[in-house]
Design a protein around this ligand. Structure first.
Ligand SMILES: Cc1cc2nc3c(=O)[nH]c(=O)nc-3n(C[C@H](O)[C@H](O)[C@H](O)COP(=O)(O)O)c2cc1C
Length: 177
């Protein structure tokens, strides 16, 4: 067996990768790629996203407690890399990755046009998880594009999942019997 230390988390991938949008007190917004997330409760609806304390995104979420999960499609893989390898402290990643901002309905952080799904969130608790903050948040609203999400599930081969490093994969479906 292969012993894993710092890469132990790769055993829990692939994970849906999304574009995490945030906004600061002064209205400056940002987008970063994020894969570490999980639903935390169905009733009330809550999610957890884990963001490194060093990221500009963490700074903005700490200021306003708002963020949005934007789930990109297959044709946005390049944007995933740009938003996951540069910091919004230094560059406007929306511009650099050619992402168009659209208005969210419940929060002031923007959404990203063309994404397959959106979850607007408000932080209820911030956990110091070590290198990351784990933001536990209320789901204020969630919606998906029926082109990609039908009968309450993702359509196979439509949305990229993060395997690790620069690799994404697409899933097949099979019935559990
Ligand atoms: C596919 C992918 C997934 C990532 N997932 C996470 C994650 O779950 N949490 C995290 O803190 N950083 C993650 N990152 C790294 C951040 O996106 C990256 O460090 C980014 O530059 C931070 O941007 P910011 O400083 O503008 O917030 C990921 C990067 C990639 C490419």
């Amino acid at each position: 067996m292969l012993a894993l230390k710092e890469n132990f988390y790769r055993l829990l991938h692939p994970k849906i990768v999304f574009l995490l949008t945030s906004v600061g007190k002064d209205g400056r917004d940002n987008v970063m790629s994020c894969a570490w997330s999980t639903p935390a409760s169905e009733e009330p609806p809550k999610v957890i996203v884990c963001v490194s304390k060093e990221h500009y995104t963490a700074e903005l979420i700490l200021q306003t407690g708002e963020f949005a999960i934007n789930i990109p499609t297959k044709d946005m893989v390049k944007a995933i890399w740009i938003c996951g390898s540069k910091s919004g402290r230094n560059v406007d990643k929306f511009k650099e990755a050619n992402l168009k901002k659209i208005k969210a309905s419940k929060i002031s952080a923007p959404l990203i046009e063309g994404c397959a799904g959106f979850i607007e969130c408000k932080v209820s608790e911030t956990v110091d998880a070590g290198e990351c903050y784990a933001f536990l948040a209320d789901v204020l609203t969630a919606r998906a594009d029926e082109k990609y999400f039908k009968k309450s599930v993702w359509i196979p081969h439509t949305i990229p999942m993060h395997l690790g490093g620069r690799k994404v994969v697409y899933f097949e479906d099979e019935k559990i019997s």
